[in-house]
Design a protein around this ligand. Structure first.
Ligand code: PLP
Length: 288
């Protein structure tokens, strides 16, 4: 497998990252995951814009990473992934330096890393068809969830709790508000209105969330970006998670209780169809 590491394309097994790397020592870094649909990276610029946003807020020495779009396409090519479902993973850290909390002085070179891998679209699709089970967990994360940092301890623990409960995702609750999943945004439908948490420091501004809100506009589905309260959730007619890898996945069970009739509802189905159409359109533009 060919990976990208500090301006070079190398065999992944030959890459040596320093144990002094601040990504390793402090999780002092950012990452992105971009879905590739048969060679087309979906909204790569939006993902990299979010990476740049994180870099600005982490005060990295570089805050423009748009070169990663070309690198991502090169990785797909070099790994023969241009005609299959794939993902590209990008990570940037503050680089290797003597271990002190404050930023290295003088500034060290950032560590830049990216890989491409085949994606199991069939199992994602199965979940989208059937719906998934989720659990809710207290949000023990920090207060800068708007940055996609590699410090994912709370997300890992929450997702493992989901696995141990035979669920696919855990939804974080903070102060009675259902915020988002460990690797997805959360949406619910109340009286035909799609409701999702507003963009604050407590959630990640998901690229799929943004696409879904665009699709709602096209499909005349009303949207309210406001807190979804845990106390109201049983009156929701539908719930779903959205994200780069899960796309639009309906929730049919929460905390082991079946939601409504246990089947994906009409709003989620409309959005899934609209998403399919959107992908076809994107790919046509790209292939022109
Ligand atoms: N929220 C969190 C915490 C995530 O980690 C992710 C994606 O990994 C998302 C939301 C969804 O974001 P996106 O649609 O950009 O993948």
């Amino acid at each position: 497998m060919i990976a990208y590491y500090n301006n070079a394309f190398l065999e992944k097994k030959d890459i040596r990252i320093s144990p002094d790397d601040r990504g390793f020592l402090f999780a002092d870094g950012l990452y992105e995951v971009i879905r590739s649909y048969q060679g087309h990276l979906l909204r790569a610029k939006d993902h990299i814009t979010r990476l740049n946003y994180g870099a600005t807020h982490l005060k990295l020495s570089k805050t423009d990473f748009f070169e990663f779009e070309e690198i991502a396409y090169e990785l797909l090519k070099q790994n023969n992934l241009t005609s299959t479902p794939a993902t590209v993973y990008i990570q940037v850290t503050r680089g290797p330096a003597k271990r002190t909390h404050a930023f290295p002085d003088p500034v060290t070179d950032l560590t830049l890393y990216a890989t491409a891998a085949a994606f199991d679209a069939a199992s994602a699709l199965k979940k989208q068809e059937q719906g998934i089970s989720v659990i809710t967990v207290p949000d023990t994360r920090w207060a800068r969830c708007d940055m996609k940092t590699t410090g994912l301890t709370a997300n890992i623990l929450a997702n493992q709790t989901a696995v141990e409960n035979k669920a696919s995702e855990a939804v974080f609750i903070r102060d009675g508000v259902m915020l988002e999943g460990t690797h997805s945004n959360f949406m619910a439908v109340f009286d035909d209105v799609l409701v999702t948490s507003p963009l604050t420091n407590y959630i990640l501004g998901g690229i799929t969330r943004k696409i879904v809100l665009e699709l709602c506009k096209k499909e005349n589905i009303k949207v309210e970006e406001r807190p979804v309260f845990e106390k109201d959730i049983l009156s929701a007619s539908e719930m779903m998670i959205v994200g780069t890898t899960v796309e639009i996945t309906p929730i049919v069970k929460m905390n082991h209780a079946v939601i409504r009739d246990g089947k994906p509802g009409p709003v989620v189905r409309t959005l899934q169809d609209a998403f399919k159409g959107f992908l076809a359109h994107e790919k046509r533009i790209y292939n022109r």
